[in-house]
Design a protein around this ligand. Structure first.
Ligand code: G3I
Length: 333
């Protein structure tokens, strides 16, 4: 069965991908995407370093391939991401003399960038991660904000401006704030408070994106439930934007092959978390995997190079137990 059909009454079912996966638009990777997913996210191709590597010089060739592939196949496109501390060229933050840019210069560059990128995909990209990973409680800034160059130059206002510019560029796009570890109480509270402050100022925030890069043990299923529960009363959309499940609990582990016992444990856990997703389906509008198969996954290079099996399809694009656990648990051994 097709994943997107199984969850058609619940939420969009998405995958992130790299442009090389659809180089051949009829190849096996493309076919798997077409069969199972109704939403695509460019894994890297819409980030600032990809779209505007030099000031004023925009390059949409790779992003266009993904967005065009999605629309040709009747799939939704999600935009990732406008403002992030990573994968952003250095010129953004410095002036002609090499000094940290003024707030005015930074905002002018943001506006130009957001206008151009969001404007280009107006009506095609239905939702944007306007800001990504702006919280880092360990940085000890007020509100738990990350001490990024964005923050150092403009304080919290950079977040407000990003949403305002994005809304001007496409008033119909759904605008998200996206972050990881939203299951962790302190960070989650900071995120909740930030959204409340933004809403109180009339900033157009439509949704919260939970990346949901999880492990085989942690967070617990209850903690994943809590991550949605905590935002319910804000009355905004929620999405799972980058789901995957590392099979490891610590950085020094590495398996040659995927032990059967772990395959079944992963399957059971995927089943349980999808039950949680379904429970929140009135607010949870999309569940997006960060990739589709165990070969094309960032977890094979991060935090170290090793085998990992975080997704529903294996290296040869065959459905895993994790897939069957979600679509038809009676098929499990
Ligand atoms: O394209 C080059 C290739 O030419 C070169 O040979 C190779 C050697 O390192 O690097 C390739 O670029 C890599 C790129 O992924 C494409 O695979 C970059 O080095 C690598 O840094 C980049 O990593 C991306 C990462 O974000 C960067 O922070 C991952 O693909 C991407 O999946 C990951 O996505 C992030 C989300 O944006 C935010 N949330 C976390 C998530 C996972 O880290």
């Amino acid at each position: 069965p097709s994943l997107k059909d199984v969850f058609a009454d619940d939420f969009l079912l998405g995958s992130a991908l790299l442009v090389n996966e659809i180089q051949d638009s009829n190849g096996p990777d493309a076919q798997l995407l077409q069969k199972h997913f109704n939403s695509l996210t460019a894994g890297n191709e819409l980030k600032w370093d990809a779209t505007e590597p030099q000031e004023g010089q925009f390059d949409f060739t790779r992003a266009d391939k993904i967005v065009d592939f999605a629309s040709a196949n009747g799939m939704a496109s999600r935009g990732h991401t406008l403002i992030w501390h990573s994968q952003t060229p250095n010129w953004v933050f410095y002036d002609a003399e090499g000094k940290l840019a003024s707030k005015e210069l930074l905002f002018a560059r943001m506006k130009k960038h957001i206008d151009t990128v969001v404007g280009r995909y107006k009506g095609k990209i239905y939702a944007w991660d306007v800001v990504n990973e702006v919280l880092e409680p360990g940085d000890k800034q007020p509100g738990g904000l990350r001490n990024s160059l964005w923050y150092q130059i403009a304080g919290e206002e950079f977040i407000e401006k990003a949403f305002l510019y994005a809304h001007e560029a496409d008033p119909n796009a759904k605008l998200f704030i996206n972050d990881y570890n939203t299951n962790m109480p302190e960070k989650r509270q900071n995120l909740y408070d930030l959204i409340k402050r933004l809403k109180a100022k009339g900033i157009p925030v439509d949704g919260v994106g939970h990346q949901t890069h999880i492990g085989i043990e942690y967070p617990t299923v209850q903690e994943i439930d809590d991550q949605f529960q905590a935002f319910r009363d804000l009355g905004i959309e929620q999405q799972v934007t980058e789901l995957d499940m590392s099979v490891y609990t610590n950085d020094s582990d590495a398996y040659e092959t995927f032990p059967l016992e772990l395959q079944l444990k992963q399957a059971k856990r995927y089943k349980e978390i999808f039950e949680v997703f379904k429970k929140h389906a009135d607010q949870l509008t999309a569940v997006i995997f960060w990739g589709k198969d165990d070969l094309n996954t960032w977890l094979r290079t991060f935090p170290v190079t090793r085998n990992n099996w975080p997704l529903l399809f294996d290296e040869r694009l065959q459905a895993k137990y994790a897939y069957w656990a979600i679509v038809d648990p009676s098929k499990l051994p």
